[in-house]
Design a protein around this ligand. Structure first.
Ligand SMILES: [Zn+2]
Ligand SMILES: [Zn+2]
Length: 390
């Protein structure tokens, strides 16, 4: 058997990452991705099982006793046409790994290969969880419902997400809230159609909707504690027939992001009060749909400090920084972290060279592959040490 060292694993991780990057797959359609994961796990002697459709889970039992740690990577891509200019850019029109989940999958696979080859150093059990559909509709909850946290019983869960704002190979950590809750709403502003020359005989949905867009901003600026982080965003606004007709309906679609549970729970009722009030003032009515999305990701303070201590001692990690603030993006790792102590770390992947850094979800997003070695090393260190420390 050939020696499994970090350098050879890191080379394979980059090759897997490029292959996945060229063949991005949307949530619950990660068929080729899951097959690559299964084949690689099998080749290093791990038995895997399918959960939640395209999810893949494998358990590595260590040589000595210890706690059970779940290591999570997400696998899905986004419906974004790639403009990165990389030689290994997406070969699937309209789809792109713009959130780095290709790197997440490849790094956790690399860690599974290395840890299996060094099983004599592993204590407790490691659960490798390759999750589908993080970008929606959500694969974490179906995986948990399929028993991923109960067989074997998991004591703690870790995730690692790339971040192009951090230097390559640097790990970022933060206790408490790190990713926001994200809820969606759709408001239909309903008026009455007519001729543009006779507005008094119609109810124009356009000005009612325009006022509503402005009024909804008070959800963040006037109705929430100024010390709380809140985003109320309206992403689409559609309606009307043509320039000389009164619009009978305008549809607004938006998102609400926050951390505080009470603030979040009160938002639908506040939004309804504002929407109905503004519409009534214009003689219009409205229909509202409000859908709860992912909860916030709350990093367990004890586990997160332990994880930071472990990666700080890891010589292949370029540095460790405490992140100054949470991010308003959402992540369904939140469900794992609700069920057991959880920690989501960030891995710096800032690309080389000058110029603005394309963020996650941008068509121009690129990541620095040199950082993936640090990610694998961090995974391996966490997997070796945390089951003894928890
Ligand atoms: Zn994303
Ligand atoms: Zn992501």
């Amino acid at each position: 058997m050939t020696a499994v060292d970090l350098t050879s694993v890191a080379e394979r991780v980059i090759a897997w990452r490029r292959r996945l990057h060229q063949h991005p797959e949307l949530g619950f359609a990660e068929h080729e991705t899951a097959a690559l994961v299964e084949d690689t796990l099998r080749s290093c002697g791990l038995v895997s099982r399918r959960v939640a459709g395209t999810g893949v889970v494998a358990v590595l039992s260590g040589a000595s006793s210890g706690k059970t740690l779940l290591l999570r990577a997400d696998m899905d891509a986004l419906p974004i046409p790639e403009r990165s200019g990389e030689p290994w850019a997406s070969q699937i029109p309209g789809l792109m790994h713009a959130c780095g989940h290709d790197a997440h999958t490849a790094m956790l696979l690399g860690a599974a290969v290395w840890l299996t080859a060094h099983r004599n150093r592993v204590a407790g059990s490691l659960v490798f969880a390759f999750q589908p559909a993080e970008e929606g509709p959500g694969g974490a909850l179906p995986m948990i419902e399929a028993g991923v946290l109960s067989s074997p019983p998991v004591d703690a869960a870790i995730a690692m997400h790339v971040l192009p704002l951090l230097p390559p190979g640097v790990i970022g950590w933060k206790t408490g809230p790190v990713q926001a809750a994200a809820d969606d709403f759709t408001i239909e502003v309903i008026g009455r159609g007519g001729h543009a020359a006779s507005p008094h005989l119609a109810v124009d949905a356009i000005p009612a909707a325009a006022h509503l867009v402005g009024a909804l901003q008070s959800l963040g600026s006037r109705e929430s504690d100024p010390l709380e982080r809140v985003v109320v965003g309206i992403g689409t606004m559609t309606g009307g027939f043509r320039r000389n007709a009164v619009a009978d309906k305008v549809t607004l679609e938006g998102t609400v992001r926050c951390f505080d549970a009470a603030l979040r729970a009160g938002m639908p009722q506040r939004l309804q009060r504002i929407a109905e009030g503004v519409c009534r003032a214009h003689g219009a009515t409205c229909r509202i749909r409000y859908d709860a999305g992912y909860p916030p990701v709350i990093n367990d303070p004890h586990l997160t400090r332990l994880a930071a201590t472990v990666v700080e001692r890891c010589p292949d990690v370029a540095g460790v920084v405490e992140l100054p603030a949470p991010r308003m993006g959402a992540e369904d790792f939140a469900y794992f972290a609700q069920a057991v102590p959880g920690c989501m770390l960030r891995l710096g992947v800032a690309p080389e060279g000058p110029g603005p850094v394309a963020m996650l979800h941008a068509p121009e997003f690129r990541l620095n592959e040199a950082a993936l070695r640090a990610g694998v090393a961090a995974w391996c260190a966490l997997a070796l040490e945390l089951p003894r420390m928890l």
